[in-house]
Design a protein around this ligand. Structure first.
Ligand SMILES: Nc1ncnc2c1ncn2[C@@H]1O[C@H](COP(=O)(O)OP(=O)(O)OP(=O)(O)O)[C@@H](O)[C@H]1O
Ligand SMILES: O=P(O)(O)OC[C@H]1O[C@H](OP(=O)(O)OP(=O)(O)O)[C@H](O)[C@@H]1O
Ligand SMILES: O=C(O)c1cccnc1
Length: 483
């Protein structure tokens, strides 16, 4: 993929901090940052991680070219030319660990870990969060929609209502990861190999003398993919009867009408009636597509009403995540170099949920070998070996620590994978269909109570004893300083 260099896709405060570090000669100090979110959107029980592919492309292209340096020089007259020279030579040289796209993820677990010179780690914060937050949000919304229509075809129709082009394109990809079958966005189709699908608009019908002629002309031009929009005038009195007439004529030519689309009115009633009319005309093979501001709640409701809809076209509500339009992923410093040593660091907050978890950590998914289901996610220090070796571990709630159990017969799956080491990409990005398959397989690892869309059980994300101790020690140190 040949995306433009997005090195200035960053907040000014990152450049300010880079300059201040350079000014004081601290720019090469090593730091460790964790990316994670604190709250799952939509009241869902899990999120679906996405955004890594774009992050990889972004990091591979990170350079300050002359035009960018000129711009920066104009912005701040105090910039020392030697700072600009340092930017001229800038490359990403750090390590990145991340969970693969399509992974089921939970609050407060590191999804991306950045180990880099503070100069580099600070610059990339904005872009990493931007890509991860949006794409994870849309993948999560799409997973909810897939949940309520497990056996139906789902089409992503959001481009015209998306928050601009990038959102349309990367949102289409995120939806595909979580099980959408196709997109209407041709650019997303071209860039990512997502199957594309489309019917026609009301304008096509309005642009002809009458509806029947419009349907005939459309079918003549595109005999392999005929889907007719039947609600321009009156779905049951005009649209469906005309579609049936055209379908019958097509049968004489050995061609089959694929589907009709309903786009307004009571979709339950109209689809049930349309189905009857089609079946009475021996057109059982013609599918019914529905669209019109759909989301998981309307789809679930329509199904409960017995709607006869085979294919769902979902646009606005999905691509804008309308009922929860942002994922609040954060990027927090968890360790820093001091006198050549890496020391854990903590951010204290009056709100206990916002106190960060210090240290160089990794995440293990603890899979029970007997049930093949996940027991918990377990955050441990990278240096800890017991969980890696499958030894008995104690799982305890990090807030209510008396809630605990011991597990021994488990397989630990390390979620964070090396993506960049010393600035070199070491991770082969999987093709999109593999990401989608991986996501599907992930869902099978969880008991259904964590996956349901309404009031799901809270999935346990636990800290190892060592991580917990480190956190408590730092909190106590901070308190002692305050006293
Ligand atoms: N049977 C149904 N139960 C629940 N929601 C439905 C049902 N049928 C349609 N909807 C949803 O109701 C919302 C609004 O539909 P409504 O009928 O009010 O307007 P409309 O058909 O879009 O009108 P217009 O003709 O202006 O397009 C849409 O989100 C649609 O998906
Ligand atoms: O409702 P959404 O979930 O966002 O799905 C996309 C919508 O976009 C189209 O409507 P639009 O009125 O833009 O054009 P049309 O003339 O093709 O209906 C389409 O008919 C859907 O209703
Ligand atoms: O193909 C369609 O029917 C379509 C595509 C985008 C938006 N609305 C409808």
């Amino acid at each position: 993929m040949n995306e433009r260099n997005m090195v200035l896709h960053t907040d000014k405060y990152e450049i300010n901090m880079m300059y201040a570090h350079w000014f004081h000669g601290t720019q090469n100090r090593k730091t460790v940052f964790d990316c994670y979110f604190r709250k799952i959107p939509f009241g869902n029980g899990f999120a679906v991680f996405a955004g890594l592919e774009r992050i990889v492309h972004y990091l591979n292209q990170l350079q300050f070219d002359e035009e960018t340096l000129d711009y920066l020089a104009q912005q701040e007259e105090n910039y020392d030319p030697r700072f600009l020279q340092e930017l001229r030579e800038f490359r990403f040289t750090g390590d990145i660990y991340a969970v693969p796209e399509g992974t089921i993820v939970f609050p407060n677990e590191p999804l991306i870990r950045v180990e880099a010179r503070v100069f580099e780690a600070q610059l990339i914060e904005t872009a990493l969060l931007n890509f991860m937050n949006y794409q994870t949000l849309i993948a999560t919304k799409a997973a909810r929609i897939r949940q309520v229509a497990p056996n139906d075809i789902l089409l992503e129709f959001g481009s015209r209502r998306a928050q601009e082009a990038d959102a349309a394109i990367w949102g289409a990809r995120a939806a595909y990861i979580s099980g959408f079958d196709a997109t209407s966005n041709m650019k997303a189709g071209q860039m990512f190999g997502i199957p594309t699908k489309g019917t026609h608009a009301h304008s096509w019908v309005q642009d002809h003398e009458n509806e029947e002629e419009a349907f005939e002309k459309f079918a003549e031009a595109l005999p392999n993919q005929i889907s007719l929009l039947v609600d321009t005038y009156n779905s049951l009195k005009s649209g469906v009867p005309n579609a049936i007439k055209v379908a019958k004529k097509l049968e004489n030519k050995g061609v089959r009408l694929q589907s009709i689309r309903l786009d307004s009115g009571d979709l339950a009633y109209l689809s049930i009636e349309a189905r009857k009319m089609l079946d009475q005309a021996n057109l059982e093979y013609v599918k019914i597509v529905a669209s019109n501001d759909l989301d998981e709640n309307t789809i679930l409701n329509l199904k409960a009403q017995g709607a006869k809809i085979d294919i769902w076209g979902v646009g606005t509500q999905l691509i804008t995540a309308a009922d929860n339009p942002a994922l609040g992923g954060v990027y927090k410093l968890v360790a820093k170099e001091k006198n050549g040593e890496l020391l854990p660091t903590i951010k204290i907050s009056g709100n206990p949920e916002k106190i960060t978890t210090p240290g160089l950590k990794t995440v293990y998914r603890i899979v029970n070998k007997q049930t093949n289901k996940v027991e918990a996610d377990y955050i441990a220090l990278v240096e800890e070996t017991d969980v890696k070796n499958g030894e008995q571990i104690r799982l305890f709630d990090p807030i209510h620590t008396y809630i605990q159990k011991h597990v021994s017969n488990y397989q630990p799956i390390e979620l964070l994978q090396p993506i960049f080491l010393k600035g070199r990409q070491v991770y082969r990005l999987p093709d999109l269909d593999s990401v989608r398959d991986y996501h599907k397989a992930q869902l099978k690892l969880f008991w259904p109570e964590y996956l349901r869309i309404l009031n799901p059980e809270v999935f346990p994300v636990d800290l190892s004893q060592d991580v917990w101790n480190m956190k408590m020690n730092l909190i106590n140190e901070y308190k002692a300083k305050q006293a």
